[in-house]
Write a protein that binds this ligand. Structure first.
Ligand code: SF4
Length: 397
Protein backbone atom coordinates (compact mmCIF):
# COMPACT_ATOMS: atom_id res chain seq x y z
CA UNK A 1 0.00 0.00 0.00
CA UNK A 2 1.47 3.33 -0.92
CA UNK A 3 0.52 6.91 -0.16
CA UNK A 4 -0.58 7.62 -3.72
CA UNK A 5 -3.15 4.79 -3.56
CA UNK A 6 -4.39 6.13 -0.23
CA UNK A 7 -4.65 9.64 -1.65
CA UNK A 8 -6.54 8.44 -4.75
CA UNK A 9 -8.29 5.25 -3.53
CA UNK A 10 -10.49 5.02 -6.65
CA UNK A 11 -7.43 4.33 -8.87
CA UNK A 12 -7.23 0.81 -10.31
CA UNK A 13 -3.88 0.31 -8.54
CA UNK A 14 -5.51 1.17 -5.20
CA UNK A 15 -8.25 -1.39 -5.78
CA UNK A 16 -5.55 -3.98 -6.51
CA UNK A 17 -3.62 -2.98 -3.39
CA UNK A 18 -6.73 -3.54 -1.26
CA UNK A 19 -7.42 -6.87 -2.95
CA UNK A 20 -3.83 -8.03 -2.44
CA UNK A 21 -3.55 -6.83 1.16
CA UNK A 22 -3.86 -9.56 3.74
CA UNK A 23 -6.67 -7.77 5.53
CA UNK A 24 -10.30 -8.63 5.91
CA UNK A 25 -12.75 -5.74 5.99
CA UNK A 26 -15.18 -7.60 8.31
CA UNK A 27 -12.30 -8.22 10.74
CA UNK A 28 -11.28 -4.56 10.60
CA UNK A 29 -14.84 -3.53 11.36
CA UNK A 30 -15.14 -6.08 14.18
CA UNK A 31 -11.90 -4.73 15.67
CA UNK A 32 -13.07 -1.13 15.23
CA UNK A 33 -9.79 -0.33 13.47
CA UNK A 34 -8.87 3.31 12.68
CA UNK A 35 -9.98 2.76 9.06
CA UNK A 36 -13.57 2.34 10.32
CA UNK A 37 -13.64 5.68 12.13
CA UNK A 38 -11.99 7.34 9.15
CA UNK A 39 -14.62 5.78 6.86
CA UNK A 40 -17.40 7.21 9.03
CA UNK A 41 -15.70 10.61 8.94
CA UNK A 42 -15.33 10.29 5.18
CA UNK A 43 -19.06 9.75 4.66
CA UNK A 44 -20.16 12.29 7.27
CA UNK A 45 -18.01 15.06 5.83
CA UNK A 46 -19.01 14.13 2.28
CA UNK A 47 -22.70 14.50 3.05
CA UNK A 48 -22.48 17.49 5.34
CA UNK A 49 -19.57 19.46 3.96
CA UNK A 50 -18.88 18.31 0.41
CA UNK A 51 -15.36 17.08 1.22
CA UNK A 52 -13.88 13.75 2.32
CA UNK A 53 -10.64 15.25 3.66
CA UNK A 54 -9.94 14.36 7.28
CA UNK A 55 -10.57 17.03 9.88
CA UNK A 56 -7.30 15.97 11.47
CA UNK A 57 -5.31 17.42 8.54
CA UNK A 58 -4.26 16.88 4.96
CA UNK A 59 -3.11 13.42 3.91
CA UNK A 60 -0.26 12.49 3.88
CA UNK A 61 1.70 14.34 6.49
CA UNK A 62 -0.79 16.19 8.63
CA UNK A 63 -3.54 13.58 8.90
CA UNK A 64 -3.93 11.51 12.05
CA UNK A 65 -4.44 8.43 9.85
CA UNK A 66 -1.69 6.31 8.32
CA UNK A 67 -1.62 5.03 4.74
CA UNK A 68 -3.37 1.76 5.55
CA UNK A 69 -6.23 3.41 7.47
CA UNK A 70 -6.66 6.05 4.78
CA UNK A 71 -6.74 3.53 1.93
CA UNK A 72 -8.98 0.97 3.64
CA UNK A 73 -11.39 3.65 4.80
CA UNK A 74 -12.51 4.04 1.17
CA UNK A 75 -14.05 0.56 0.64
CA UNK A 76 -15.59 0.76 4.12
CA UNK A 77 -17.05 4.20 3.32
CA UNK A 78 -18.60 2.70 0.19
CA UNK A 79 -20.26 0.05 2.34
CA UNK A 80 -21.49 2.71 4.80
CA UNK A 81 -22.98 4.86 2.07
CA UNK A 82 -24.64 1.79 0.53
CA UNK A 83 -26.23 1.03 3.89
CA UNK A 84 -27.69 4.54 4.09
CA UNK A 85 -29.91 3.34 1.26
CA UNK A 86 -30.40 6.76 -0.33
CA UNK A 87 -29.71 7.64 -3.97
CA UNK A 88 -29.01 11.34 -3.19
CA UNK A 89 -26.53 10.26 -0.48
CA UNK A 90 -24.62 8.20 -3.06
CA UNK A 91 -24.61 11.11 -5.52
CA UNK A 92 -23.39 13.49 -2.86
CA UNK A 93 -20.76 11.08 -1.61
CA UNK A 94 -19.39 10.51 -5.12
CA UNK A 95 -19.39 14.28 -5.80
CA UNK A 96 -17.48 14.94 -2.56
CA UNK A 97 -14.88 12.22 -3.30
CA UNK A 98 -14.41 13.77 -6.75
CA UNK A 99 -14.21 17.37 -5.43
CA UNK A 100 -11.61 16.40 -2.81
CA UNK A 101 -9.61 14.42 -5.36
CA UNK A 102 -9.64 17.39 -7.71
CA UNK A 103 -8.32 19.72 -4.99
CA UNK A 104 -5.46 17.26 -4.45
CA UNK A 105 -4.88 16.84 -8.17
CA UNK A 106 -4.66 20.60 -8.67
CA UNK A 107 -2.08 20.82 -5.90
CA UNK A 108 -0.14 17.90 -7.41
CA UNK A 109 -0.15 19.51 -10.85
CA UNK A 110 1.15 22.74 -9.34
CA UNK A 111 4.03 20.85 -7.71
CA UNK A 112 7.16 21.57 -9.69
CA UNK A 113 9.01 18.77 -11.44
CA UNK A 114 11.94 18.73 -9.03
CA UNK A 115 9.71 18.19 -5.99
CA UNK A 116 7.64 15.67 -7.89
CA UNK A 117 10.72 13.59 -8.65
CA UNK A 118 11.39 13.13 -4.90
CA UNK A 119 7.76 12.57 -3.91
CA UNK A 120 6.02 9.47 -5.16
CA UNK A 121 2.68 10.66 -3.76
CA UNK A 122 1.92 13.13 -6.52
CA UNK A 123 0.10 12.50 -9.74
CA UNK A 124 0.81 14.04 -13.18
CA UNK A 125 -1.78 14.87 -15.82
CA UNK A 126 -0.39 12.06 -17.98
CA UNK A 127 -1.11 9.52 -15.21
CA UNK A 128 -4.64 10.80 -14.79
CA UNK A 129 -5.44 10.61 -18.47
CA UNK A 130 -4.04 7.08 -18.61
CA UNK A 131 -6.04 6.11 -15.50
CA UNK A 132 -9.27 7.07 -17.24
CA UNK A 133 -8.22 5.63 -20.59
CA UNK A 134 -8.05 9.12 -22.08
CA UNK A 135 -4.36 9.24 -22.98
CA UNK A 136 -5.12 8.82 -26.65
CA UNK A 137 -8.13 11.12 -26.57
CA UNK A 138 -6.53 14.33 -25.22
CA UNK A 139 -3.63 16.37 -26.54
CA UNK A 140 -2.40 19.93 -26.03
CA UNK A 141 -3.97 22.45 -28.40
CA UNK A 142 -1.28 23.41 -30.92
CA UNK A 143 -2.51 27.02 -30.86
CA UNK A 144 -2.19 27.30 -27.09
CA UNK A 145 0.13 30.20 -26.19
CA UNK A 146 1.59 28.42 -23.17
CA UNK A 147 2.96 25.61 -25.30
CA UNK A 148 3.83 22.31 -23.77
CA UNK A 149 6.32 21.29 -21.13
CA UNK A 150 6.77 17.97 -19.42
CA UNK A 151 6.67 14.38 -20.57
CA UNK A 152 4.60 12.74 -23.23
CA UNK A 153 1.58 10.69 -22.37
CA UNK A 154 2.42 7.06 -22.42
CA UNK A 155 0.36 4.25 -23.93
CA UNK A 156 -3.40 4.69 -23.68
CA UNK A 157 -5.46 2.82 -26.19
CA UNK A 158 -8.37 5.22 -25.90
CA UNK A 159 -10.60 2.17 -25.75
CA UNK A 160 -12.82 3.76 -23.14
CA UNK A 161 -13.03 7.00 -25.01
CA UNK A 162 -15.44 5.84 -27.65
CA UNK A 163 -13.83 8.27 -30.07
CA UNK A 164 -10.98 8.72 -32.44
CA UNK A 165 -7.52 8.70 -30.94
CA UNK A 166 -6.09 12.20 -31.18
CA UNK A 167 -2.50 11.41 -30.51
CA UNK A 168 -0.30 11.36 -27.46
CA UNK A 169 1.84 13.96 -25.78
CA UNK A 170 -0.60 15.81 -23.50
CA UNK A 171 2.05 17.59 -21.45
CA UNK A 172 0.70 19.11 -18.28
CA UNK A 173 1.41 22.78 -18.86
CA UNK A 174 -0.70 23.70 -21.81
CA UNK A 175 -3.36 26.40 -21.44
CA UNK A 176 -5.73 24.60 -23.80
CA UNK A 177 -6.25 21.04 -24.95
CA UNK A 178 -8.12 19.17 -27.63
CA UNK A 179 -10.33 16.34 -26.46
CA UNK A 180 -12.04 13.85 -28.77
CA UNK A 181 -15.77 14.52 -29.15
CA UNK A 182 -16.84 11.14 -27.66
CA UNK A 183 -15.17 11.58 -24.27
CA UNK A 184 -16.18 15.26 -24.27
CA UNK A 185 -19.85 14.35 -24.61
CA UNK A 186 -19.55 11.50 -22.11
CA UNK A 187 -17.82 13.51 -19.39
CA UNK A 188 -19.44 16.93 -19.66
CA UNK A 189 -23.05 18.07 -19.55
CA UNK A 190 -24.88 20.88 -21.35
CA UNK A 191 -26.52 21.46 -17.97
CA UNK A 192 -23.22 22.91 -16.79
CA UNK A 193 -24.04 25.98 -18.88
CA UNK A 194 -24.33 27.21 -22.46
CA UNK A 195 -20.59 27.37 -22.94
CA UNK A 196 -20.41 23.55 -22.64
CA UNK A 197 -22.81 22.94 -25.53
CA UNK A 198 -21.09 21.45 -28.53
CA UNK A 199 -22.56 24.15 -30.83
CA UNK A 200 -20.65 26.79 -28.86
CA UNK A 201 -17.32 24.96 -29.09
CA UNK A 202 -14.40 25.15 -31.51
CA UNK A 203 -14.50 21.78 -33.27
CA UNK A 204 -11.77 20.45 -35.56
CA UNK A 205 -10.89 16.93 -36.70
CA UNK A 206 -13.36 15.35 -34.30
CA UNK A 207 -11.89 17.16 -31.31
CA UNK A 208 -13.18 19.92 -29.02
CA UNK A 209 -11.00 22.74 -27.70
CA UNK A 210 -11.11 23.07 -23.90
CA UNK A 211 -9.19 25.14 -21.38
CA UNK A 212 -7.05 23.45 -18.76
CA UNK A 213 -9.72 24.17 -16.12
CA UNK A 214 -12.40 22.66 -18.33
CA UNK A 215 -10.29 19.54 -18.88
CA UNK A 216 -9.94 19.21 -15.11
CA UNK A 217 -13.72 19.63 -14.70
CA UNK A 218 -14.22 16.76 -17.18
CA UNK A 219 -11.71 14.65 -15.23
CA UNK A 220 -13.58 15.45 -12.00
CA UNK A 221 -16.71 14.05 -13.66
CA UNK A 222 -14.72 10.92 -14.59
CA UNK A 223 -13.69 10.48 -10.93
CA UNK A 224 -17.29 10.95 -9.81
CA UNK A 225 -18.50 8.28 -12.26
CA UNK A 226 -15.78 5.89 -11.09
CA UNK A 227 -16.71 6.39 -7.41
CA UNK A 228 -20.45 5.99 -8.02
CA UNK A 229 -19.94 2.92 -10.20
CA UNK A 230 -21.28 -0.19 -8.48
CA UNK A 231 -23.01 1.69 -5.64
CA UNK A 232 -25.05 0.79 -3.72
CA UNK A 233 -23.76 -2.66 -2.82
CA UNK A 234 -26.42 -5.27 -2.19
CA UNK A 235 -26.00 -6.04 1.51
CA UNK A 236 -28.42 -7.74 3.86
CA UNK A 237 -28.81 -5.15 6.63
CA UNK A 238 -28.79 -7.62 9.49
CA UNK A 239 -25.87 -9.81 8.47
CA UNK A 240 -22.07 -9.77 8.56
CA UNK A 241 -20.33 -6.47 7.94
CA UNK A 242 -23.65 -4.61 7.60
CA UNK A 243 -24.72 -5.72 11.07
CA UNK A 244 -21.31 -4.75 12.49
CA UNK A 245 -21.64 -1.27 10.98
CA UNK A 246 -25.22 -0.76 12.16
CA UNK A 247 -24.44 1.74 14.92
CA UNK A 248 -22.22 3.80 12.59
CA UNK A 249 -25.01 3.92 10.01
CA UNK A 250 -27.55 4.91 12.69
CA UNK A 251 -25.26 7.75 13.82
CA UNK A 252 -24.96 9.02 10.26
CA UNK A 253 -28.73 8.91 9.74
CA UNK A 254 -29.33 10.84 12.98
CA UNK A 255 -26.80 13.46 12.05
CA UNK A 256 -28.31 13.91 8.61
CA UNK A 257 -31.83 14.29 9.92
CA UNK A 258 -30.69 16.90 12.47
CA UNK A 259 -29.03 18.93 9.74
CA UNK A 260 -31.96 18.52 7.37
CA UNK A 261 -34.49 19.96 9.75
CA UNK A 262 -32.47 23.05 10.66
CA UNK A 263 -34.62 26.06 9.69
CA UNK A 264 -32.87 28.47 7.34
CA UNK A 265 -33.30 32.19 8.15
CA UNK A 266 -35.30 32.65 4.91
CA UNK A 267 -34.41 36.29 4.52
CA UNK A 268 -32.02 37.67 1.91
CA UNK A 269 -30.09 40.56 3.43
CA UNK A 270 -26.83 40.96 1.45
CA UNK A 271 -25.56 43.60 3.88
CA UNK A 272 -25.50 40.90 6.57
CA UNK A 273 -23.78 38.18 4.51
CA UNK A 274 -20.52 36.89 6.02
CA UNK A 275 -17.34 38.31 4.46
CA UNK A 276 -16.46 35.04 2.71
CA UNK A 277 -19.70 35.17 0.71
CA UNK A 278 -19.47 38.92 0.08
CA UNK A 279 -15.91 38.39 -1.24
CA UNK A 280 -17.11 35.66 -3.61
CA UNK A 281 -19.99 37.81 -4.88
CA UNK A 282 -17.66 40.76 -5.42
CA UNK A 283 -15.19 38.54 -7.25
CA UNK A 284 -17.95 37.28 -9.57
CA UNK A 285 -19.16 40.88 -10.06
CA UNK A 286 -15.66 41.78 -11.30
CA UNK A 287 -16.31 39.12 -13.96
CA UNK A 288 -13.64 36.84 -12.53
CA UNK A 289 -14.36 33.10 -12.82
CA UNK A 290 -15.07 31.29 -9.53
CA UNK A 291 -13.40 27.93 -8.91
CA UNK A 292 -15.72 24.95 -8.48
CA UNK A 293 -15.20 25.03 -4.69
CA UNK A 294 -15.98 28.78 -4.63
CA UNK A 295 -19.11 28.46 -6.72
CA UNK A 296 -20.30 25.45 -4.69
CA UNK A 297 -19.80 27.37 -1.41
CA UNK A 298 -21.69 30.41 -2.72
CA UNK A 299 -24.58 28.42 -4.22
CA UNK A 300 -24.92 26.25 -1.09
CA UNK A 301 -25.08 29.41 1.03
CA UNK A 302 -27.68 31.14 -1.15
CA UNK A 303 -29.83 28.01 -1.27
CA UNK A 304 -29.25 27.52 2.48
CA UNK A 305 -30.80 30.92 3.26
CA UNK A 306 -33.94 29.91 1.40
CA UNK A 307 -33.42 31.33 -2.11
CA UNK A 308 -35.04 29.51 -5.02
CA UNK A 309 -33.03 28.74 -8.20
CA UNK A 310 -34.87 31.63 -9.98
CA UNK A 311 -33.96 34.04 -7.21
CA UNK A 312 -30.31 32.98 -7.27
CA UNK A 313 -30.22 33.48 -11.06
CA UNK A 314 -31.67 37.00 -10.66
CA UNK A 315 -29.37 37.78 -7.73
CA UNK A 316 -26.28 36.78 -9.75
CA UNK A 317 -27.44 38.40 -13.01
CA UNK A 318 -24.51 40.85 -13.23
CA UNK A 319 -21.76 38.39 -12.40
CA UNK A 320 -19.47 35.94 -14.19
CA UNK A 321 -21.82 33.09 -13.18
CA UNK A 322 -24.01 31.97 -16.04
CA UNK A 323 -27.73 31.33 -15.58
CA UNK A 324 -27.73 27.71 -16.73
CA UNK A 325 -24.81 26.73 -14.52
CA UNK A 326 -26.50 28.40 -11.53
CA UNK A 327 -29.79 26.66 -12.27
CA UNK A 328 -28.11 23.27 -12.56
CA UNK A 329 -26.19 23.65 -9.30
CA UNK A 330 -29.00 25.20 -7.24
CA UNK A 331 -31.58 22.67 -8.39
CA UNK A 332 -29.19 19.91 -7.35
CA UNK A 333 -28.65 21.60 -3.98
CA UNK A 334 -32.37 21.97 -3.34
CA UNK A 335 -32.97 18.35 -4.30
CA UNK A 336 -36.09 17.30 -2.46
CA UNK A 337 -35.45 13.60 -2.85
CA UNK A 338 -33.16 13.53 0.14
CA UNK A 339 -30.99 15.45 2.48
CA UNK A 340 -30.13 18.96 1.45
CA UNK A 341 -26.45 19.55 0.83
CA UNK A 342 -25.50 21.92 3.65
CA UNK A 343 -22.95 24.68 3.02
CA UNK A 344 -19.34 23.82 3.90
CA UNK A 345 -18.03 24.77 7.34
CA UNK A 346 -15.72 27.71 8.01
CA UNK A 347 -12.86 25.27 8.49
CA UNK A 348 -13.40 23.70 5.06
CA UNK A 349 -13.66 27.15 3.49
CA UNK A 350 -10.42 28.18 5.19
CA UNK A 351 -8.72 25.08 3.73
CA UNK A 352 -9.91 26.11 0.27
CA UNK A 353 -8.60 29.66 0.80
CA UNK A 354 -12.15 31.08 0.67
CA UNK A 355 -12.28 32.18 4.31
CA UNK A 356 -9.81 34.68 5.68
CA UNK A 357 -11.44 34.63 9.13
CA UNK A 358 -12.04 38.38 9.12
CA UNK A 359 -12.40 39.85 12.63
CA UNK A 360 -11.79 36.35 14.00
CA UNK A 361 -15.45 35.51 13.59
CA UNK A 362 -14.72 31.81 13.22
CA UNK A 363 -15.06 32.10 17.00
CA UNK A 364 -18.69 33.11 16.51
CA UNK A 365 -20.00 30.32 14.27
CA UNK A 366 -18.91 27.07 12.68
CA UNK A 367 -20.26 27.79 9.21
CA UNK A 368 -21.31 30.83 7.15
CA UNK A 369 -25.01 30.00 7.44
CA UNK A 370 -24.91 29.97 11.26
CA UNK A 371 -22.92 33.19 11.21
CA UNK A 372 -25.53 34.81 8.96
CA UNK A 373 -28.37 33.53 11.16
CA UNK A 374 -26.74 35.18 14.17
CA UNK A 375 -26.31 38.49 12.35
CA UNK A 376 -29.93 38.42 11.16
CA UNK A 377 -31.08 37.57 14.70
CA UNK A 378 -29.12 40.51 16.13
CA UNK A 379 -30.47 43.08 13.65
CA UNK A 380 -33.73 44.93 14.46
CA UNK A 381 -34.93 45.72 10.98
CA UNK A 382 -33.91 43.50 8.13
CA UNK A 383 -34.79 44.42 4.56
CA UNK A 384 -35.29 41.42 2.32
CA UNK A 385 -33.71 41.81 -1.14
CA UNK A 386 -36.70 39.89 -2.52
CA UNK A 387 -39.15 42.57 -1.33
CA UNK A 388 -37.38 45.20 -3.44
CA UNK A 389 -37.42 42.83 -6.38
CA UNK A 390 -41.17 42.25 -6.18
CA UNK A 391 -41.87 45.98 -6.47
CA UNK A 392 -39.50 46.17 -9.49
CA UNK A 393 -41.41 43.47 -11.36
CA UNK A 394 -44.12 44.65 -13.78
CA UNK A 395 -47.63 44.04 -12.51
CA UNK A 396 -49.73 41.50 -14.38
CA UNK A 397 -52.77 43.79 -14.64
S1 SF4 B 1 -15.28 32.47 9.53
FE1 SF4 B 1 -16.88 31.39 8.42
S2 SF4 B 1 -18.46 32.89 8.07
FE2 SF4 B 1 -16.61 33.98 8.57
S3 SF4 B 1 -15.65 34.50 6.63
FE3 SF4 B 1 -14.82 32.56 7.34
S4 SF4 B 1 -16.09 31.02 6.39
FE4 SF4 B 1 -17.16 32.91 6.27
Amino acid sequence: MDALDAKYPFFASAREAVAEAAVSLPELVAADAPAVERARERVERALLEGTVASESGAFPGESAYDTQAELLSYPIARILVSLLDSAPAIEKYAAAEAATAMERIRRDLDTDDELRSVSSATVALDDLLAEFDLAGAVRPDPGSPAGVRGGAVGGGSGAGSGAATVGSGAGRDSDHYRIAVGPYLRLTSPEWGDSWRLVNRALADGTVRVSRDELLAALEAAVEDRVADGLPFELAADEGIAAALESRVADLRRLLSERTYAEPPDVVAPALFPPCMTNLIEKAERDAALSSAESFALMAFLVGIGMTPDEVVAFCADTSLDAEGIRYQTEYLTDERGTQYPPPTCETLANYGICHNEDDHMQVAADPLSYYEKRVGATDEVTDWRAGRETDEPSEA
